[in-house]
Design a protein around this ligand. Structure first.
Ligand code: SAH
Length: 336
């Protein structure tokens, strides 16, 4: 009963001090205070894009930082959260990959990114309908499956009916393809799966997504086929970055469809126009090329929408996150 009360204060009302928990006795409040922290980490930079996208740079208690991004749309709001400070994968097109891995985020630090966004969006107490954050994607900094236990714990709090109360259908985990953990992710974390495919041959994928040298395309797609819970109503999303003259030919599009059919995957494709960053070795494909690529895939019966870049002006788009934005003080943030 006490646990339910405390969870209700934390996740339904968003309080950040035990002393605000009116139905908890003073002595228990004191005891909790002496043992636990529920205050938020600091937001050291807060930026709003001209398209309404918001980016938060969160500083954790040891001084390490990670970013999260809120992307409002007409019919939904997606919060993109980070699972690690930095990343070990070194994908050549990704800005985060230029930053070395510092550490995994704890479950509390992962969940705190949602708490911070809800503070900012005024979502306390949890609205019964019309929530601003309708979807959560683990697509920020880091490889979530390399931080399996903490990501699992955080997602279970997100899904818990007494926690953040998000349906697992509205939570998506994106992986570059940590094949040995994919099946466990489906079974134990139970969320939608997105896979950063980005190339249709091992030769190209080895260069773009170096983890491919360990787990090549055949192993990756076999693991996708076996992913628990994937079926036509709950498709796996293949993320495919559009890089000029690297992976964007008609032949690549046809090969992509061929692979989806060969492995009999309940899949959809998300085409991501490459988001540039300082010193990036690639260019984004031309717009006509992206549209042609998309229509070739559509014609073969596979959905392939283009993910419109959001928040590029504040470096908040896919692959642009790095814990080194311009810092502004919390007091200045309030004025924004
Ligand atoms: N490590 C996980 C989570 C990161 S998700 C993964 O690889 O899936 C971030 C998504 O943005 C991935 O699909 C990633 O490949 C993509 N991405 C990275 N850099 C990008 C860039 N510069 N432009 C567009 N998309 C990018």
């Amino acid at each position: 009963m006490r646990t339910s009360q405390v969870w209700n204060w934390i996740y339904h009302r968003g309080v950040t001090e035990f002393s605000a928990m009116a139905n908890i006795s003073k002595s228990l409040q004191k005891q909790l205070e002496a043992n636990f922290i529920i205050s938020r980490p600091d937001v050291t930079s807060y930026q709003i894009s001209e398209d309404g996208t918001r980016k938060y740079l969160v500083r954790f208690r040891d001084g390490n930082e990670a970013e999260s991004v809120f992307i409002p749309d007409e019919d939904r709001g997606t919060l993109c959260i980070s699972s690690q400070v930095g990343c070990t994968l070194n994908c050549r097109f990704c800005y985060t990959g230029t930053q070395r891995l510092v550490r995994n985020l704890s479950a509390n630090e992962i969940v705190s990114q949602i708490m911070i966004a809800r503070d900012d969006l005024g979502e306390w107490p949890t609205p019964t309908d019309g929530r601003k954050i309708t979807n959560i994607v683990l697509m920020g900094m880091g490889e979530p499956l390399y931080n399996f236990e903490n990501v699992k714990k955080a997602v279970l709090i997100l899904r818990d009916p007494e926690g953040i109360q998000m349906s697992r259908r509205r939570i998506t985990l994106s992986t570059a393809g940590v094949v040995p953990l994919m099946e466990r992710a489906g079974r134990e974390i139970g969320v939608n799966l997105a896979v950063s495919l980005h190339a249709v041959t091992d030769e190209v994928r080895d260069k773009l997504v170096p983890i491919n040298r360990k787990y090549p395309i055949h192993e990756l797609l076999s693991a996708c086929r076996d992913y628990p819970g994937a079926h036509n109503a709950r498709r796996i999303t293949f993320e495919y970055i559009m890089l000029k003259d690297i992976n964007d030919s008609d032949a690549d599009a046809k090969k992509l469809v061929g692979l989806i059919h060969k492995y009999e995957l309940p899949a959809k494709v998300n085409l991501i126009p490459f988001n540039p960053w300082p010193g990036a070795p690639y260019e984004c494909s031309d717009w006509e090329r992206i549209e042609k690529f998309s229509s070739l895939i559509f014609k073969s019966g596979v959905s392939a929408p283009i993910r419109m870049p959001r928040g590029r002006d504040i470096m908040a788009a896919c692959g642009q996150l790095k814990s080194a934005s311009i810092k502004i003080k919390a007091s200045e943030r309030k004025k924004l």
